[in-house]
Write a protein that binds this ligand. Structure first.
Ligand code: GLN
Ligand code: ZN
Length: 746
């Protein structure tokens, strides 16, 4: 009995970030289309070679994208917004959708399920026709990728394509009528059937249709649409079909998808209960069961002996067992080889990046088939004691204590100021700041020189804010490269990677930290900067911290303890920081939790525990504080978390609201929230300067929902990506809008 081994997808960034450099050179006109295609083909060839070298029994193509797999699939189905259809070549059309042009804004970007990867939302017309577009100059689709793979390797080729259900679910439709999307199902199904036929002709053995939307609690009409979406495809001339779920459990949707006449099903073992695996085994009798055993979301080595033991009963199953990654490896860095050979990531033997995960999957397959190869013993040995399931927020019980807000009096505005004005923390990151940081990192300037340059920046920021007439000032966060990484570098137990780039969107990547051990604060982290800033002004200065949920969401958390444990360690470090800030005389402290909403588990059943734990972790930080505590959240749609916001022991919360017309405020009031609220009154994502009247209108709207004694005035989010000229003007207008409203009532 042999076991097939595969992955759902591989990172695109490539070693030395060749993906990014190639794209940027093309955009700058330094290389032409032919060179861009050649550079991308080389990366794809490397990715396939890595799979073959590791000994996987099947190669995966189609996962690669120049900009985004959802957008490129949309383009190949003819789903191109009219404003982008003008672009001359398929390549430029794709970049217009992702980056926008002078006349046509880009498609909207959203987070892919519960990850930090962003896809571009396809825009469907009400009468959308789906048709294969001529493969002019656009990024090669799965069929073209498969042809190249078949030429270079002897192994069977599997093509990964986002499935029709997920595609339709994630797309938006003209007019916003979600139910109308389902009317497009028959046309979409036909287009997928045609695509399957092309893949078959290209020599593809298996078609992997990624359906992560099946991790969501989909409304019944959507589940009922599964048959409609799949039957034409399954009846067509086609490769074998594997439906792949990831990022969560199938739950009751397992029966529905298993009822399709598909040839195999992939389930995410890291996020599914053992009973679900057992049930899938039964339902899929005679068909392939693929188990996503090796974690594609985290950087820890797999517990191979544990996985072998858990899966051994399935090794002889009727229909065959495959083992693979829990999701595409898109979410982890490429290769440990890029890290410092003497550093913890390499020497501890506890970590596996994408390239190492290939070895783990291959070895697990051989282990289950009882055909170990040389070197496998090493991978099975020194097994870290990691759990087989992701010990996320909901697992391991909640340590949630009392959620009652403390005795702090709560916010009454700033002293006597009605509608106090403030900002969210960061001010423009000027080129002088970036230059100083890079010189300091290279050792060209010493610590003292760097600190004095930063202090100059802080001084300039304070002067700007005084000049603008803001009420509560900030120091501007110039010393922070990134709001998580900054704390990651200063806290014990958190390790930085050297080249652990993970794609965020298009050519952009981030380098998340790894929470490798117990988190501790060896020394104060922000006090000197905030204290210095406060010393420059008679106005109240607000200190800035990043909260535990956000630090965890934007890092690779420990896999050996439930997240609440790590969160509470971070809370303890921040509690001490808050105490030091207070002792240093800072009257206002803001603890940002922008990731609170995005960290929500996909399964509704897990959300309560997550939110309780998040609130608990926050409240632990401030339980002894007498300062005025602010928090901040962004990334839209707060409906699901308003109760948690109400339970957070903060005196003021600022929220991103300008683009949704203050919609959340009514919900916040209904949830019993009683503290101060700073609804963002201008969008910070574009350089546009909003006028006084526009902001005044939003504030008036806010006043209808929240008593003005509780209202604060601020932008949607931090301003670090903006330049000073537009920032200055926007803030001046913001202050004027607040003033006009104060006077209006007087
Ligand atoms: N204080 C941070 C800033 O202003 C908050 C950033 C965020 O919410 N993403 O940059
Ligand atoms: Zn924000």
């Amino acid at each position: 009995m042999s076991i097939e081994t595969h992955i759902l997808g591989y990172p695109r960034v490539c070693r030395r970030r060749r993906h990014k450099w190639a794209l940027e050179k093309y955009w700058k006109g330094k290389i032409g289309a032919a060179e861009l295609h050649a550079a991308m083909a080389e990366i794809r060839a490397d990715n396939l070679q890595a799979q073959a070298d590791a000994g996987l029994t099947m190669l995966t193509v189609g996962d690669f994208a120049y900009y985004d797999h959802v957008m490129e699939l949309a383009a190949s189905l003819g789903v191109v917004p009219a404003r982008h259809a003008e672009a001359k070549t398929g390549l430029d059309r794709c970049f217009a959708m992702g980056r926008g042009t002078a006349t046509a804004p880009a498609c909207e970007m959203k987070k892919w399920l519960n990850t930090n990867y962003h896809y571009f939302v396809p825009e469907l017309a009400k009468d959308q026709k789906f048709e294969a577009q001529a493969a002019d100059d656009r990024p090669p689709d799965a069929a073209a990728q498969a042809e190249a793979a078949a030429k270079a390797h002897q192994l069977p080729v599997k093509a990964a394509v986002t499935g029709p259900l997920t595609f339709l679910w994630l797309a938006k439709i003209e007019g916003g009528d979600e139910a109308a999307k389902l009317k497009l199902a028959p046309g979409l199904a036909k287009a997928y059937a045609a695509m399957a036929a092309r893949l078959k002709a290209a020599g593809v053995a298996w078609l992997q249709l990624d359906e992560p939307a099946l991790s969501l609690e989909l409304p019944e009409p959507w589940l009922a649409a599964l048959a409609e979406l799949y039957e034409p495809l399954l009846a067509a001339e086609r490769p074998k079909v594997l439906v792949a779920n990831a990022y969560g459990a199938l739950g009751p949707r397992l029966e529905r998808v298993a009822a399709l006449k598909i040839d195999g099903l992939h389930i995410d073992m890291r996020n599914s209960a053992p009973e679900e695996l057992a049930r899938a085994n039964e339902l899929l009798a005679g068909r392939v069961l693929s188990v996503g055993a090796v974690d594609g979301r985290n950087v820890w080595r797999a517990n191979l002996p544990g996985l072998r033991e858990a899966l051994a009963p399935l090794a002889q199953r009727d229909g065959g067992l495959w083992v693979g990654s829990s999701c595409p490896l898109l979410h982890v860095p490429m290769d440990l080889e890029g890290e410092d050979p003497a550093g913890e990531l390499r020497t501890s033997g506890r970590f596996a990046f994408a390239r190492q995960k290939l070895d783990e999957i291959a070895a697990l397959g051989r282990g289950l088939a009882d055909k170990p190869a040389a070197g496998d013993e090493e991978l099975f040995k020194t097994a870290p004691e990691l759990p087989l399931r992701d010990p996320g927020w909901a697992v391991g019980g909640s340590a949630a204590g009392p959620l009652k807000p403390s005795e702090r009096p709560g916010d009454k505005g700033w002293k006597d100021t009605v509608l106090p004005t403030t900002t969210i923390g960061s001010l423009p990151q000027t080129s002088a700041i970036r230059k100083a940081r890079s010189e300091w990192q290279k050792g060209a300037i010493d610590d003292a020189a760097y600190q004095s340059r930063m202090k100059e920046e802080i001084k300039a920021c304070v002067e700007e804010q005084e000049e603008l007439g803001l009420d509560v000032l900030v120091h501007g966060e110039c010393e922070r490269n990134d709001m998580v990484q900054y704390f990651g570098e200063l806290l014990d137990g958190i390790v930085e990677t050297k080249s652990g780039w993970v794609q965020s969107y298009g050519s952009r990547s981030t380098r998340p930290c790894v929470i490798a051990a117990d988190v501790k604060r060896p020394a104060p982290m922000t006090v000197e900067w905030s204290k210095y800033a406060a010393s420059l002004t008679a106005k109240p200065m607000k200190a800035m911290l990043t909260g535990p949920v956000t630090i965890i969401c934007w890092s690779f958390p420990r896999a050996d303890v439930p997240r609440i444990e790590t969160a509470l360690q971070i809370s303890e470090a921040l509690r001490a920081e808050v105490a030091d800030l207070e002792a240093a005389g800072l009257p206002v402290i803001q603890i940002d939790e922008p990731a609170l909403r995005e960290g929500l588990p996909l399964a509704e059943a897990d959300r309560k525990a997550y939110l309780e734990q998040a609130v608990h972790a926050f409240n632990e930080i401030v339980k002894e504080s007498k300062a005025q505590i602010h928090t901040h959240m962004c990334y839209g749609e707060f409906g699901d978390v308003v109760d948690a916001i109400a339970a957070m022991d903060a005196d003021v919360i600022s929220l991103e609201t300008s683009r949704t017309d203050m919609a959340v405020l009514a919900e916040l009031v209904d949830s019993g929230h009683r503290a101060g609220v700073g609804p963002g009154i201008y969008d910070v994502h574009a350089p546009r300067v909003p006028g006084v009247d526009e902001m005044r209108r939003l504030l008036e709207l806010a006043q209808q929902r929240i008593p003005r004694e509780r209202l604060w005035v601020n932008p949607d989010c931090g301003l670090k990506t903006r330049a000073w000229p537009e920032t200055r003007e926007s803030l001046r207008n913001m202050v004027a809008a607040a003033k006009a409203l104060r006077e209006g009532a007087a």
